[in-house]
Design a protein around this ligand. Structure first.
Ligand code: CAA
Length: 394
């Protein structure tokens, strides 16, 4: 198993990954382009560890030893040279990632595994600039890495089963759970579903079918997701979700980014980090927007979720992931109270298909129901009401 790990990029995800890895006992080299960024990252890690200590989840000694295990550097070669596993978490720019992987390939041990935390860029293309595509793999954490229980492991075309096994064992030592995305599809599993969901919410607001508060109230209080979709977008970063959505759209039109996201992105309204997103923030990092519960019945959940169910069906039909793993992915990667396939079985597959057909007739082919859903309706597998949908019901 690995002893030394490097994390390249000390932004929102990079510092969180370095934190969880150090918390679980590994020595970590965190690398970024400037001392200021690295010091800021260390401050955030310290804040997070102190919070855990205040809540009795961490002993004082462990706080000190965790911090001691994190070294920082602005020198990529220094971070790479002794590391057995390198996790890259730089901004979502394919050319930048390729440049870094090409350098890492020359700087790291021949046996070292090169992981990327990309949320939607092609692993195979990143791997193609290295001499070890079998040892390049997606290791996708969720925000905030220290709390979210899932790591999505993504195979490129040439990733070896040995690399997958090593990384799965590593994830276990972090006390996290993993799902394996078997094909390098745009958005992988979680972001393909999340983007379809969030962009649909944004399209509905753009078209005047619902307000931001109505969507968030329905999602939070009726679907019982931990955050409203606009609240989550502000939390993760509208810039991050915009770029991930665009990357999926450019590769296979698995989602169409809404004009609302385009507008917020272009104006620099990125969410919490910029003080303004779909909500406004006064500075407290953990400030929560006020979402009135009484608006929860104003919009139908099926309207918001149908494209995400369609994306889930696409993933199943294309054998990217098994159905149990897909549900586990949204429950552990996004803290959904239940799997999206279970939700669809409750709403009725016929209802989802009807919603999609109506949207297709009004707004175009993106909404065409997936063949798998059409087949399910044709075979009367409508969900709980027919005792069989994605799952069987007694
Ligand atoms: N470390 C330590 N403490 C932290 C922290 C951190 N990194 N971040 C927040 N906290 C603290 C807060 O300061 C707050 O402390 P106080 O109680 O002292 O105020 C506390 O934790 C928050 O407690 P809450 O009870 O409010 O937290 P919660 O029960 O609402 O859970 C959450 C927070 C886990 C983030 C939950 O809201 C959630 O699951 N949201 C959805 C998150 C999600 O979907 N993430 C994935 C996004 S997609 C992604 O990341 C992939 C991608 O590629 C885009």
């Amino acid at each position: 198993m690995f002893e030394k790990i490097a994390v390249i990029g000390a932004g929102t995800m990079g510092h969180g990954i370095a934190e969880i890895v150090a918390l679980k006992g590994y020595s970590v080299f965190m690398c970024d382009v400037s001392e200021e960024i690295l010091q800021e990252a260390i401050k955030k890690i310290e804040w997070s560890l102190r919070k855990m200590m205040e809540k009795g989840k961490l002993r004082h000694d462990d706080l000190a030893s965790t911090l001691n295990r994190i070294k920082t550097t602005t020198n990529l070669a220094e971070a790479a040279k002794d590391s057995e596993l390198i996790i890259e978490a730089v901004p979502e720019n394919l050319e930048l990632k390729k440049e870094i992987f090409s350098k890492l390939d020359k700087m790291a041990y021949a046996e070292a595994i090169l992981g990327t935390n990309t949320s939607s860029l092609p692993i195979s293309e990143i791997a193609s600039v290295t001499s070890r595509p079998d040892k390049v793999i997606g290791i996708h954490f969720f925000n905030p890495p220290v709390f979210m229980p899932l790591v999505e492991i993504v195979c490129g075309d040439k990733t070896s089963s040995q690399t997958v096994d090593h990384v799965l064992s590593f994830v276990k030592t972090l006390e996290k759970q993993a799902i394996v995305c078997r094909k390098d599809v745009p958005g992988f599993v979680v972001n393909r579903i999340l983007e379809a969901l969030i962009q649909e919410a944004a399209w509905m607001v753009h078209r005047g079918e619902a307000s931001i508060l109505e969507v968030d109230s329905a999602v939070k209080y009726r679907a019982k997701l931990p955050m409203g979709l606009f609240e989550l977008s502000d939390y993760v970063g509208i810039d991050v979700l915009y770029s991930a959505g665009k990357a999926i759209q450019d590769r296979d039109k698995g989602v169409i980014v809404s004009p609302l996201f385009e507008e917020y992105y272009k104006n620099g309204w990125y969410g919490k980090k910029s003080g303004k997103g779909f909500y406004t923030y006064t500075g407290d990092l953990w400030e929560k927007p006020k979402i009135p519960p009484e608006l929860a019945d104003n919009v139908k959940l099926e309207e918001i979720f149908a494209p995400a169910v369609n994306a889930a069906a696409w993933l199943l039909r294309n054998k990217v992931v098994e159905k149990e793993e897909l549900d586990k992915a949204v429950m552990l990667g996004l803290n959904f109270p239940e799997g999206i396939l279970r939700m669809a079985d409750k709403w009725g597959i016929d209802v989802i298909v009807q919603v999609l057909r109506l949207k297709q007739s009004k707004y175009g082919e993106y909404y065409r129901p997936d063949l798998l859903l059409e087949e399910m309706v044709a075979n009367n597998r409508l969900g709980i009401k027919t005792r069989g949908g994605f799952y069987e019901y007694a």
